[in-house]
Every structure is written in structure tokens, then in C-alpha cells.
Design a protein around this ligand. Structure first.
Ligand SMILES: NC(=O)c1ccc[n+]([C@@H]2O[C@H](COP(=O)([O-])OP(=O)(O)OC[C@H]3O[C@@H](n4cnc5c(N)ncnc54)[C@H](O)[C@@H]3O)[C@@H](O)[C@H]2O)c1
Length: 331
């Protein structure tokens, strides 16, 4: 029996390859073989997927009608990410293609990084780092690089799912007041254990010293942070975004920072990755990270293994543990 054919748009990590290589005939796209490309081109993807039974992809690849049309044998598309705005799930349902993602294994690493950004922007770490590297630090002074305090302040979390709650948990060590807004209120025992208070979004904007975003990218979360919401925030507030770039209107954020509407922002994700809104680049009160919130070796390996295991499940009669549309496997 020939093994099912898998296309992986990334070489992944050893433990994921072990699962795949044992069970499948796998083609890995590797940028080391394509010196001028960071990711597989769309044309290359559409051509390589043609005979494949499964796809392992990254958030940079769109799984939509165009791709599904090009892949008549495809049974599963596994994105190595928890966010799945790159996958048209209804289109997958129509084609009876299982779509899977990687929830849970990146929560703590991503929450840690939201905190990394929060602390870096509040305490002006990169401005100080730039001085040290340039040899321009004039020596200690009383009013030098004074930032905002973190401990004892109010943290507002928008989107209180797995990662949002991880961020709240870490706030306890800083004796912060935690507010959250979400489309649904969590169970009272969860609120109690995280010392978090459910509020409406406007209340959260008005009261928070730090606002951290943890919603998925959906039509109703696109530009959730816009000129209007920024105007509701404190002039001393900091915005942290580790969710998805289009959740923030970057032009509006830039204008708000220019006008002093808020104190600063720290971003891991961008509206048009890998580009950053030009105005933000020159701002000292902005920390810019290259979409690395889940980027620890352990976590990225776990994500790749999870994607491989979901693919394996489809071909071994198991229910894929992280299917977004498990119903396509019924009847
Ligand atoms: N920067 C990164 O590298 C990175 C890493 C991991 C996750 N992410 C992003 O973070 C997102 C959240 O991940 P998660 O695992 O915590 O997801 P989750 O599904 O556990 O939590 C998302 C929360 O957002 C809430 N929500 C959805 N729509 C909303 C709305 N309109 N208003 C308010 N709340 C709303 C949901 O009810 C849920 O509680 C992912 O979808 C992904 O896009 C980014």
C-alpha cells in the first residue's frame, strides 16, 4: 500500500518529522532550498498540493477555495498555529476536509511574551538598550527614562480565553487589579482564582493602565482597537498586542501615539506582515517584535508535533484531537 502523501510547508522539528516520516510519504518545503524565498510561494503551493492527501501549513499560508480546488485528494489541512484566520473553515466543511490547529500548547509561552512586551514598553527597556549600544548613556540621573509602574496597576484583558487567562494569572504576582472583557463571562470560580472582574469593553478601556489583546481575528474583532477605542483609554495607558495584527488599526494607533492619546504600545503582530506601519517605526514609545510570542523551542516543537498527530489521526481512524470541523468525519 502506498503511504498517504503529505506536503509540509516547513521542515518542522525532529519529533514531528519522526511521526510524519514513519507514516507518510512527505514532501517538506524548506527555505534553505530556496535562497530567495522566506515562505513557499502561492504558485508553488498550489502546484505541490495537487496530488497530496494532507497539508501541514503555517499561518502564512491561506487554505481557501483556491487551494482546495487545486487539491482534489486533500483530507486534512493542519495549521501549526492556534489562530486559524488563515483557514476558511466553511470551505473546508464544504469539501469535507478536516481542518486542525494547535490550541493549548502555546498558552504559557505566549502569555509570558505578552508580559515581556508589557514590561519592555512600560520600563522603556529598548530606549535604554539603544543608549548602551550606541555608547550615548550620559550616566545615571534622577529623571532618566522614567516609565510607568506595573505593580499595583490595572490590567485590562480583551479576550479571556486560554492565553488571556494566562496573562491574568501572571498579573497576580504584580498585585494588579485585573479587568476582562469577552463575549462570554467565565465561571465564577475561574474569575475568583484569577482575581478577575468582568466588565464591558468601554469600562475596560477607560479604567486600564495596560490593555492586552487576546481575541482571535474575526470580522467583529478587526480594528477592535481604532481611533474611537483609543480615545477612551487613559493618556497613561499602554497597549499590548499579541493577538493578530488587524485587530489594531495601525494608522489610528500611530495617530494616537503622535497625539499623546495613550502612553505607548508594544506589538508582536501587524496588519500587513512582515511590514510595519511606517509611522510606528520611528516612535520611541513603541516596542516592535517580529511575531515571536510562541517562539520557544519547546513550544514550537509541541505545536509541530500536535499538527503531525492530527494528520496521523485522520489516516489511522482516530478523531483528530484538535479538529475545527470534526463533523466532516461523521457519516
Ligand atoms: N502572537 C502570537 O504568536 C500568537 C500566539 C498564540 C495565539 N495568538 C493569537 O491569540 C488568539 C487567542 O488565542 P487563545 O488560544 O487564547 O484563543 P481562545 O479561543 O482560547 O480565546 C479567545 C477568546 O476571545 C474571545 N472572543 C472572541 N471574539 C470576541 C469578541 N468579538 N469580543 C471579545 N472577546 C471575543 C473568545 O470568547 C475567547 O474567550 C489566537 O486566535 C491567535 O490569533 C497569537
Amino acid at each position: 500500500m502506498p503511504k498517504p502523501k503529505v506536503l509540509s510547508t516547513n521542515p518542522l522539528f525532529g519529533p514531528a518529522r519522526e511521526i510524519l516520516d514513519k507514516n507518510f510519504d512527505v514532501e517538506y518545503w524548506d527555505k534553505r532550498d530556496h535562497p530567495n524565498e522566506e515562505h513557499i510561494s502561492r504558485a508553488d503551493l498550489l502546484s505541490r498540493i495537487r496530488e497530496k492527501d494532507a497539508l501541514i501549513c503555517l499561518l502564512t499560508e491561506k487554505v481557501n477555495d483556491e487551494l482546495l480546488n487545486a487539491a482534489p485528494n486533500l483530507r486534512v489541512a493542519a495549521t501549526v498555529s492556534v489562530g486559524y484566520d488563515n483557514i476558511d473553515v466553511p470551505a473546508c466543511i464544504r469539501r469535507r476536509v478536516v481542518a486542525t490547529h494547535t490550541p493549548g500548547v502555546l498558552d504559557d509561552t505566549t502569555a509570558d511574551f505578552a508580559w515581556t512586551l508589557l514590561m519592555a514598553v512600560a520600563r522603556r527597556l529598548l530606549e535604554g538598550d539603544a543608549w548602551m549600544r550606541a555608547g550615548t548613556w550620559p550616566g545615571w540621573d534622577l529623571d532618566q527614562l522614567c516609565g510607568g509602574d506595573i505593580w499595583g496597576k490595572t490590567l485590562g484583558i480583551v479576550g479571556f480565553g486560554r492565553i488571556g487567562r494566562g496573562v491574568a494569572q501572571r498579573a497576580q504576582g504584580f498585585r494588579m487589579k485585573v479587568l476582562y472583557s469577552d463575549q462570554a463571562r467565565v465561571a465564577p470560580d475561574v474569575e475568583k482564582s484569577l482575581n478577575a472582574q468582568f466588565v464591558d469593553r468601554d469600562h475596560l478601556f477607560a479604567e486600564s493602565d495596560f490593555i492586552s489583546l487576546h481575541v482571535p481575528l474575526l470580522p467583529d474583532t478587526r480594528h477592535l482597537i481604532n481611533a474611537d477605542s483609543l480615545n477612551k483609554m487613559k493618556r497613561t495607558a499602554y497597549l499590548v498586542n499579541t493577538s493578530r495584527g488587524p485587530v489594531v488599526d495601525e494608522a489610528a494607533l500611530d495617530a494616537a501615539l503622535a497625539a499623546g492619546t495613550i502612553a505607548g504600545a508594544a506589538l508582536d503582530v501587524y496588519e500587513n506582515e512582515p511590514r510595519v506601519y511606517t509611522g510606528l517605526i520611528g516612535r520611541k514609545n513603541v516596542v516592535l517584535a517580529p511575531h515571536i510570542a510562541s517562539a520557544s523551542i519547546d513550544t514550537r516543537t509541541k505545536m509541530a508535533v500536535m499538527a503531525a498527530d492530527n494528520v496521523l489521526a485522520v489516516f489511522t481512524g482516530r478523531r483528530p484531537p484538535n479538529a475545527l470541523n470534526p463533523d466532516v468525519l461523521d457519516n
